[in-house]
Write a protein that binds this ligand. Sequence first.
Ligand SMILES: *[C@@H]1O[C@H](CO)[C@@H](O)[C@H](O)[C@H]1NC(C)=O
Length: 293
Amino acid sequence: MSKAMRILVLTVYCLIGAVHGLYHSCKDIYANDPNSVSGTYQIMNRKQEPFTVYCDFYADYGYTYIANTTSVHIDIDDLYTSKTHAMVRHLNLAGRQKETKMEQISKYSSQFPLSFQYNANVGYAMPYNHQQMAPYLYLGFLPLTVAQNRNQQGYRSNGVDYLFNNCDSNPNSYMAFYFNHNHHVALNYAGCCDSTLMHDWVTHGTDVPSSRYLPQEFYFFFELHMGGCGGYAIPPTIIHDVQGAALGLRFDYENPCVPSPCQNGGSCYPNGGNQFICECSEGFTGTLCQNIA
Ligand SMILES: *[C@@H]1O[C@H](CO)[C@@H](O)[C@H](O)[C@H]1NC(C)=O
């Protein structure tokens, strides 16, 4: 296919994509055009209802952040490909944004990946403010079966385990991000339970360059809850210096052109999903440029 023809095909595909909402994830957007820039996009759930996301693109991977104004159902499993980590950002009172790579603690990392759920917490503790603030995005660390024990628990932030001993076997091991469309006030969890653990992920967050700042609508009211004795925290009551937090779901894009399937010096171009187009060198033809013209 000639270069002009290839551009025409890609353009038509992009127009159809924009009009009919072929994109269900940031990964789809990236797969269709790996030169897409980080920013705000409209994608569709499986009922083809649009909602707003911020796609933070890097080379062949990225993070998807959901707008807190979203009122349609989110098919969250479509938005990530890895449960090994999430990027959790926070917006501090000074308007600066920081992030931390959130993971399962080391001793459980091979057994229990993180859990990402939309308005559900199957296998995990119920978030405390769910009644008046749902729907919510759920980031689960240890499932109930493990978290209900008097063992060492916690979370891993930017490569460091932050731990506590569960003294009362309360099974909370999660972070919940509330849409709270009706602006309800959070219930105060027995007026407690501050601890260093509640702040470690904020204290050890790394600065995000301002060129990658998320618009404020991507930050949520949230709750971090670990055991009974790990702590319970909400902003700004307990986490004073934070306005909101955002959950970045990780996707990896397997570039169909790496390694290049095109033979005899042909150039490979991704063409949506796992599709690709070979542009053959002079004297070769075929979908993989495998034939001598
Ligand atoms: C959503 O974002 C806006 C800022 O754009 C903020 O004022 C509002 O409090 C946020 N909602 C929640 C539930 O955090």
